[in-house]
Design a protein around this ligand. Structure first.
Ligand code: SDX
Length: 389
């Protein structure tokens, strides 16, 4: 149920508005459909389960950007272009190396993407070919930036991309210097497919609002990264890992979660503006978390996650609060060996394709976003001289 608020303005006029714009239709789109009541998600009409089973991140990105699944040749050419665009421009890499090592990884990612805009040769017009080239370049370079941020954080040299590896496998390779086995690469590939797109979430809406001014693509994506960082949005996957670490053991789950619920604390990775049942992405990620726990022989994080899910279902399930995409992605990334500082950047590595698709769609039939608000402040105050204040 939308949280509608009624207010009376200074002129005595009554207004009703939906807090957080819940349920407000901002524009139309052909990219994503979410059925929140039944927990269904479709990218351009194809169920997320089919894409997770059969597609790759590269193919899904092409599909999101261009509206149709690629032919073999189109996919091959797209993949070749992505591999060509993977490297961070040298001057940007040099500046990245000077950034504070311990700064927040999303803030560094945001700054680097903003910087990259300075090295992009482009006209002021948003031609389709120019925008799609910029979109492909950003999708290609995000893993290289994120891996470099992580390596520098650890006091290590960044690793150059490896053209023999797919998008997901190359990210793992650039983070830890070892080529992953096929299963680990596939799990990350599925994670990237699952996080790629989700309609008018806060960061995507941000990118559309920014591009609607006809500013440059890098400005729109930079703003979107800033939006994704927040703990109510993509930042929640790091929050989940902090929660698991805070709880510490399977035995402690019950007490900690019940205490948090009693004190009205938010449990990270639960609840969603649109889903009132289990997020279909969480269902798939839960299965991967279970399998990785078996393979690694380390049950702890999966077992703790399942216990939290069980308690939450009993306590708040009737209020429509279930695991969202960020909940099981935390334990999956843990099993894949990623440090928690790059959990949210990995979300961005994936979501850049959704942001780019929305930027392209917005530009096709653009109208400036400019909503209004109800003014509840004072009217016609006198201006007192500074000496009289
Ligand atoms: C993502 O929009 C998207 O599509 C986003 C996303 C994507 O792919 O782009 O799916 C990715 O951002 C997932 C969400 C990640 N965030 C978290 O996991 C943070 C924890 N969850 C929440 O804070 C919350 O559920 C939101 C922000 C996700 C949704 O918030 P809403 O719709 O504004 O709901 P609300 O905060 O008004 O909560 C409604 C009620 C409240 O109780 P009452 O005040 O009515 O008594 O539900 C309770 C809340 O306290 N509640 C929770 C809860 N989430 C909601 N209580 C405990 N734990 C939670 N996680």
């Amino acid at each position: 149920m939308a949280k509608n608020r009624e207010v009376v303005d200074k002129f005595g006029k009554r207004h009703t508005f939906s807090e957080g714009m819940e349920g407000v239709v901002a524009t139309s789109s052909e990219i994503c459909f979410i059925n929140g009541a039944e927990g269904r998600l479709f990218y351009r009409g194809i169920p997320i389960e089919d894409l997770a089973e059969n597609s790759t991140f590269e193919e899904t990105s092409y599909f999101l950007l261009y509206g149709e699944l690629p032919t073999q040749k189109e996919l091959h050419d797209f993949d070749t272009r992505l591999k060509k665009y993977r490297a961070i421009p040298d001057p940007v890499l040099e500046i990245l190396k000077q950034m504070p090592r311990k700064a927040n990884t999303m803030q560094i990612l945001r700054t680097v993407v903003s910087l990259m805009g300075l090295y992009e040769e482009k006209s002021d017009e948003h031609s389709v070919s120019e925008t799609s080239r910029e979109a492909e370049k950003l999708i290609a370079v995000f893993p290289t930036i994120v891996a470099a941020i992580q390596r520098l954080r650890e006091g290590k040299e960044p690793i150059s991309p490896d053209k023999s590896l797919g998008h997901a496998a190359n990210l793992i390779y650039m983070v830890n210097g070892e080529k992953p086995d096929a299963y680990a690469a596939r799990v990350l590939d599925v994670c990237l497919i699952l996080h790629a797109e989700h309609g008018f979430n806060a960061s995507t809406f941000t990118s559309r609002v920014v591009i609607s001014t006809l500013t440059d693509v890098h400005s729109a994506i930079t703003a979107a990264i800033g939006s994704l960082r927040g703990p109510l949005h993509g930042g929640a996957n790091e929050g989940v890992m902090h929660l698991l670490n805070e709880i510490g053991s399977l035995e402690a789950v019950d007490e900690v979660i019940r205490l948090k619920l009693k004190t009205k604390a938010k449990i990270m990775g639960f609840g969603h503006r649109v889903y009132k049942v289990l997020d279909p992405r969480a269902k798939i990620l839960s299965q991967y978390s279970e399998r990785l726990a078996e393979i690694t022989g380390k049950q702890k994080y999966y077992a703790m996650s399942k216990k939290i899910e069980e308690i939450m279902e009993n306590e708040v399930g009737d209020r429509g609060i279930y695991p969202n995409v960020d909940f099981f992605s935390a334990s999956v990334y843990h099993y894949l060996g990623f440090n928690l500082e790059i959990y949210t950047p990995i979300f961005a590595v994936s979501r850049i394709s959704g942001w780019a698709a929305h930027v392209m769609e917005q530009l096709r039939e653009n109208r400036l976003f400019r909503p209004s608000s109800v003014y509840l402040g004072d009217i016609d105050r006198t201006y007192p001289k500074i000496s009289d204040r």
